[in-house]
Design a binder for this molecule. Structure first.
Ligand code: DAH
Length: 361
């Protein structure tokens, strides 16, 4: 009797097991949903306890084979749901402690701490030199004038006394816009001269910095865009001697008080007479070196007395007024001052190059 009373048939056992299983699943659902974690480590401990290969839920899956066939569907679904709920709950706990850690860090923000240094940009060498040129002329009473980079033939060429067949008008030099011969990118800042003279009567004393364009193949010494500064002075009785004195002042301010200047006769359509100015080589001090090709001199700008035709073209009476003009390439001046041998460096945005000008400000 005793034996039979303690005997449990396999079907009875399965029955017991099945009820036990349902109960266990419900119990675990409750237990897991109530579980909390204060740290990432604690969520990991929960994951190991419930969801790892040897965890509580895995063991229930192992026992699943003992569930009687007719119950398998229902208990199988319950088990799957338990696993999903456990994963969701533990993931949610982990996210919460992680977010909490972040907000704790924010709470620890020390508003009295010294600020981290901000990385400042540097001014471009061409901008530095342009500014320096403008400052020197500002001290002589010149003000800044501006004009468009997309220009017309009149302001760039015709008003500036270029003959109809002057080679500078050639397609090879000038960028034309939309194949319209009258709309071009300015090839020099001399175009601003005519813009200013058309609008203003003398005395005129302006300096015009800006970008210019020419259809050149890009190499270490030529680029399709570059920068110039133009200066124009128109008044009564302006003479070549005035021009010469301004040039000397500029050269010595820019390259040092020992700098000498030399004027060589030249030709420009818009000035008569015209000259090119050399300065004593600022590398060898005029003794002769590779840089100045052993001449002791380097060329830096073009200049001259404004051609009377230009004054008349722009509505200024050439019988009453005279003037001088000069124009220089900012890249050229920068090369002389900082020995930048390759023009392309100016437009490549290479920080190794640009950061070298940090201390120049
Ligand atoms: N426009 C000339 C050039 O692009 C430079 C120049 C020369 C400007 C003589 C002047 C000047 O004002 O008088 O090469």
């Amino acid at each position: 009797m005793e034996k039979t009373s303690t005997f449990v048939s396999i079907s009875q056992y399965q029955h017991l097991y099945r009820n036990d299983m349902k109960e266990k699943i419900n119990q675990l659902l409750h237990e897991i949903s109530q579980s909390v974690a204060a740290s990432v480590e604690e969520t990991e401990a929960l994951r190991i306890k419930y969801l790892s290969k040897k965890g509580v839920i895995a063991r229930l899956f192992d026992d699943f084979r003992l569930v009687p066939a007719e119950e398998k569907k229902q208990i199988g679904q319950m088990l799957n749901e338990l696993k999903t709920r456990a994963q969701e709950h533990i993931n949610a706990l982990r996210e919460r402690v992680q977010a909490g850690a972040a907000s704790d860090a924010a709470d620890e923000l020390d508003l009295t701490r010294t600020a981290y240094p901000t990385r400042l940009g540097t001014r471009h060498p061409l901008s530095l030199v342009k500014q320096e040129i403008c400052d020197i002329f500002a001290r002589l009473g010149f003000s800044i004038a501006d004009g468009p980079e997309i220009e017309d033939d009149w302001h760039v060429f015709s008003s500036m006394n270029f003959a109809e067949d002057h080679p500078a008008r050639d397609m090879q030099d000038t960028f034309f816009i939309e194949y319209r011969p009258d709309v071009i990118l300015r090839t020099h800042t001399s175009s601003v001269q005519s813009r200013v003279m058309e609008k203003t009567q003398p005395p005129i004393r302006v300096i015009c910095p800006g970008r210019t364009y020419r259809n050149e193949a890009i190499s270490y010494r030529a680029h399709c865009f570059f920068h110039q500064v133009e200066a124009l002075y128109v008044d009564k009785n302006v003479s070549f001697a005035d021009l010469r004195q301004v040039l000397l002042y500029f050269a010595q301010e820019m390259f040092g008080p020992d700098t000498k200047i030399r004027l060589r006769p030249s030709y420009f359509p818009f000035t008569e007479p015209s000259a090119e100015m050399d300065i004593s080589c600022n590398i060898c001090g005029g003794k002769g070196c590779n840089f100045c090709k052993h001449t002791g001199w380097v060329e830096i700008l073009g200049c001259g007395m404004v051609d009377p035709n230009v004054l008349d073209n722009c509505g200024i009476d050439s019988k009453v007024y005279s003037g001088y003009a000069l124009g220089m390439g900012i890249e050229r001046i920068t090369n002389l001052k900082y020995r930048v041998k390759d023009l392309r460096l100016f437009s490549e945005n290479d920080l190794h190059f640009l950061e070298q000008f940090k201390s120049v400000h």
